[in-house]
Design a protein around this ligand. Sequence first.
Ligand code: GLU
Length: 386
Amino acid sequence: MRSISARARRLPPSTTLKISQMAADMRAKGEDVISLSIGEPDFQTPQPIIDAAKEALERGETHYAPSRGIPELREEIARKMKEENMVDVGPENIIVTIAKHGIFMASQSVVQHGEEVVLPDPGWVSYSAISIFSGAKRVDLRAKEEDGFIPREEDIKNAVGDKTKLFVINTPSNPTGVVYPKKTLKVIADLAEDYDFYVLSDEIYEKLIYRGKHISIASLGNMHERTITLNGFSKAYAMTGWRMGWISAPEHLVDAINKLQQQTITCVPPFIQRAGIVALRECAPCVEDMRKEFEKRRLVALGEIDEMHTMSAFKPSGAFYIFARYLPEMNSFSLAEYLLEEHKVAVTPGGAFGIAGEGYIRISYAASTERLIEGLRRIDRGLGSL
Ligand code: GLU
């Protein structure tokens, strides 16, 4: 039998998806598992969005759409980027895609073998695929809890050089929930000018902020010329299953990315794009209601953990995760397995987010308050009996 490619062999499975699948399998067998692992809002997608998709289906919008996206949606996204993110773009700068696929396409479009990609550590599990797909060297930019998980200026400077081609940022961050201050973004922007690299700014959690303010790096100086902004509907509009997002980038990059889109997924289904237009035009109040509910749960979870002696929580400013340092000495992957098997609660091991995440677990509070409290108590019991 011929072997699979070295690239496919090197690619690790997504830990977030793996753990949530394990939890789902256990639930299917009738076990009462509480899932605090995957980052998925437990709310239903707002009704106007569902209705828009249904109406588009009934109208017969069941064929191919333009590969870059339906013009009205690209206009709407460009308007949002201008009004909310202060980024001066037009529809020619926008391509509608599957948000996660956007990371693949954007990185494949700019990064070459032998170049360097800076990744946040701790940082979301799937960024590591960028270097494996492209053959680029990965440079991990560590951030520590004592610095509020914001990378230090000297560490940012040390991470970049002549070979840097792409610098990945994710604010608000998965897994820590930290929101980068303008000062940090400015350091990165200045270095991007000096060393002539692109920034991939993943802003998928921008609507879920409880403290501080979201700033798009593309809005600083001339950064719109070298920033690939990635965003999507999954987290803000409870639309994880719809898989839709977008890229906003300089036009020549959008042209390159569009070729990858044409040669891979062709386009995002048109009825889903119609739903996206309604989400952006009409659903800001629903997003705010969900944000408020997450804010309440955040406080409940932090309050619960505060009473526990088995772990301590880093206070997140955004997203819907708590990155908690646990006391017992145990590898985070083994701990997550133990908590799932013995205590029926699913969390994501901190080590999956990089070396700086080891010793932590990521707890998603995108679950009902009741389940969240019960899940946290199970974690506490599990940690306490080690
Ligand atoms: N980004 C989410 C998480 O970190 C969803 C799962 C994924 O696609 O990785 O849980």
